[in-house]
Design a protein around this ligand. Structure first.
Ligand code: GLU
Length: 288
């Protein structure tokens, strides 16, 4: 199968050196294998996404020498597809509406009998407050939808052609990673698949889009390594293939902190304005 990689930025700020590294790595991997590099705009958070940041993304990546097939897949164009997947999961009894806000969750998770709240790849492990809402309850417009992980694992386990929950990693933690269902329950919990403000979530959208774009190798920062178990679970529930994952190290600042969108000092645009060449950027991220 021809290799297909992707870079999936959110247009919520300027691309910085960390993004340049991620994009160049995905591009170089595909190019050296005779494959295809794709771009995807992850703009489901409409309260933070801005057209000017999206325009800057195209401009910076083109300047870096990257090319990709068009039209570019934009998540904001795909909301009906995310809704259809949620409907399918809902019909199978795998979702429930949740009215908790962050404060409710933090309070319930740190109730005296619970001990210290446990943090998973999706924030505090949800203590299950709304899990027992009767199945017939229709989600209201301002509720989130959570995955009932016990039921989801049960469905997968009892499938005639049950596949092990596992993925192959070729990046910083290379090897085969098998997901233990008991650990998933206690360390990840009932994740939100549709946020009340978005009608979808990063996890659901990323899984559907990687499949829609036929991505064979997901290259991204190692801060998303722990989220991969969520993605593998969703792939199996939605009958989608699991790609190979390649999590790369993060570019850090002089204090060892990972770069954030607000680190304008490391923005590609700033280096460009100061006269840096694309080759200089490649040298800075060790991909020259
Ligand atoms: N949109 C995510 C970000 O900008 C990347 C998600 C992914 O690569 O899976 O951090």
């Amino acid at each position: 199968m021809q290799m297909r990689t992707r870079f999936a930025p959110s247009p919520t700020g300027p691309l910085h050196l960390g993004h340049a590294y991620s994009a160049l790595l995905a591009h170089d991997m595909a190019r050296s294998a005779g494959g295809t590099f794709l771009l995807r705009i992850e703009d489901i958070d409409q309260s933070r996404a801005r057209p000017e940041w999206e325009a800057q993304i195209y401009d910076d990546l083109t300047w870096l020498g990257l090319t990709w097939p068009t039209p570019v897949l934009r998540q904001s164009d795909r909301l009906p597809l995310y809704r259809a997947a949620l409907k399918h999961l809902w019909a199978r009894g795998l979702l429930y509406p949740c009215t908790c806000n962050r404060r409710d969750i933090a309070a319930a998770a740190s109730a005296p009998q619970e001990g210290a709240p446990l943090h998973g790849p999706d924030g505090i492990v949800y203590p299950g407050t709304c899990r027992h809402i009767p199945d017939s309850t229709q989600p209201l417009p301002d509720t989130a939808l959570r995955l009932n992980v016990v039921r989801a694992l049960n469905v997968l386990q009892h499938r005639p052609m049950a596949r092990p929950l596992r993925f192959t990693e070729t990046g910083t933690r290379a090897g085969t990673h098998t997901i233990d269902p008991t650990d998933f329950l206690s360390q990840v919990g009932d994740i939100v698949l549709a946020r009340r403000d978005m009608g979808t979530s990063y996890h659901l959208s990323v899984v559907l889009d990687d499949a829609a774009q036929h991505i064979t190798h997901v290259t991204r920062g190692e801060d998303l390594f722990e989220a991969t178990q969520i993605h593998v679970l969703l792939q199996q529930l939605l009958h989608l293939p699991t790609p190979i994952y390649h999590h790369h190290g993060l570019i850090r600042d002089a204090q060892g902190k990972r770069l954030a969108k607000r680190d304008d000092a490391r923005a590609i645009a700033k280096y460009r304005a100061e006269g840096a060449t694309p080759h200089d950027i490649r040298r800075m991220v060790n991909l020259a």
